[in-house]
Design a protein around this ligand. Structure first.
Ligand SMILES: [Zn+2]
Ligand SMILES: [Zn+2]
Ligand SMILES: [Zn+2]
Length: 106
């Protein structure tokens, strides 16, 4: 029903308990707004409203098609090739994330 043909790329079906933030931002000392996770490899990246846009950059660099929001209460996923928002029932868990450093949390 979703129309997405990339669900066999979903290897992360249990979300991590906790993450430190966007991996690329942490490595470069940058800041992020919202966090996403790649459902193929588990890389944590930042949203398109963040300066680095690392979730999108990761998808384009690797060809990994699907991300999921890690924001509290958000359960949507996004397929880049299909440009399709959807919910993937096979993915469970909720991730504790740090406050956005863009919003003055630190
Ligand atoms: Zn797809
Ligand atoms: Zn980032
Ligand atoms: Zn990935």
């Amino acid at each position: 029903m979703t129309g997405c043909t990339h669900l066999d790329h979903v290897h992360i079906t249990e979300l991590p308990i906790e993450v430190d933030g966007c991996a690329a931002c942490l490595a470069s000392g940058s800041v992020w707004l919202h966090l996403r996770i790649c459902l193929e490899c588990g890389e944590v990246g930042c949203c398109d409203d963040s300066p680095g846009r690392h979730a999108t950059a990761h998808a384009h660099a690797t060809g990994h098609p699907i991300i999921r929001s890690l924001e509290p209460g958000e359960t949507w996923s996004w397929c880049f090739p299909d440009e399709l928002a959807m919910r993937i029932p096979d993915v469970s868990g909720e991730t504790h994330i740090p406050p956005s450093p863009m919003l003055g949390g630190a």
